[in-house]
Design a protein around this ligand. Structure first.
Ligand code: AMP
Length: 281
């Protein structure tokens, strides 16, 4: 497994391989790797000649410096995990290699995809995500890039990003990987207290119940039902539950069989913010 921390060296190496026809699969991550990340790598290994994982805690996508500082950084363990799944190349740049001094996020027009849900609660977050993903694509030249449905809104925004930037990358969405009790795997889970970790599977349980109910309710009734469930919960605090069309992430007033809909949720377990989503139709 090759490890590059300098942008130019990684780019030269990959450009050389691409000249020989090697296909590149990229999994962008912020590290603190878990089985969810490894499932993306597994899929990429089946579909590409060379699998590249980037590990970079991207400052421009955090609107809260405390959250950025507290983001777990576990590079040694990450490299051991990547070695164990036969990742071919790891890119772990320093911030000053990816950004010039005082550089801010580029502003993109994501056609409103970035204005709802995570975008409404995390100011400028998706411009930061778009900025770093565009730079990673420029540097690592992937043919295919893998993103988890765990961050479904992000996945749709990255799809839009490639239509804006015209970068020749196929974006592939991968299913949500969960712990056996249903909690969506996340790097943040390791920061949960024992009490909050025990409570957290309630999020997925509620989404599963909502999926059942979706057949017989309107979206608004269902949203209100989920709000009530969390209002009655002793130690999880709902930030939002929104039902939206998968394609444009617009909220809806009725379900119909011609479109795909998802329920999207963000919940505070103490000061740890957890997100999840579920296909409803
Ligand atoms: P992160 O390191 O949290 O930025 O995540 C890197 C990539 O892994 C993103 O595309 C995430 O959507 C994806 N990912 C994170 N957790 C999961 C999970 N539990 N299941 C599937 N994909 C995931």
């Amino acid at each position: 497994m090759k490890v590059f921390s300098v942008k130019e060296l990684a780019n030269n190496y990959i450009a050389g391989l691409k000249n020989n026809g090697t296909t590149i699969g990229l999994i962008p991550t912020m590290g603190a790797l878990h089985q969810g990340h490894l499932s993306l790598i597994q899929q990429a290994k089946e579909e590409n000649d060379l699998v590249v994982v980037s590990i970079f805690v991207n400052p421009t996508q955090f609107n809260n410096s405390d959250d950025l500082d507290k983001y777990p950084r576990t590079l040694e363990e990450d490299l051991a995990k990547l070695e164990s799944v036969h990742c071919d190349l790891v890119f772990t740049p320093e911030a000053n290699d990816m950004y010039s001094e005082n550089e801010k996020a580029e502003i993109f027009n994501f056609d409103g995809l970035d204005q709802v849900m995570e975008g409404a609660f995390r100011d400028n977050h998706f411009n930061g995500v778009g900025t770093i993903v565009k730079k990673l694509f420029e540097t690592l030249l992937p043919d295919n890039a893998y993103f988890g449905e765990k961050d479904f809104q992000q996945l749709q925004i990255i799809r839009k990003l490639t239509t804006i930037t015209k970068q020749p990358v196929k974006i592939i969405g991968c299913p949500i990987h969960r712990d056996p009790d249903g909690l969506a795997m996340s790097s943040r889970n390791m920061r949960l207290t024992k009490e909050h970790r025990e409570a957290a599977p309630f999020i997925h349980q509620t989404l599963l119940a909502a999926k059942e109910m979706a057949k017989n309710t309107t979206p608004k009734q269902l949203e209100n039902w989920v709000v009530d469930k969390f209002n009655n919960h002793p130690n999880l605090v709902l930030e939002y539950f929104s039902i939206a069309k998968e394609e444009d992430l617009k909220s809806i007033s009725t379900f119909n069989n011609h479109s795909k809909y998802r329920g999207f949720i963000a919940v505070f377990a103490g000061d740890i913010r957890l997100i999840d989503n579920i296909a409803l139709y």
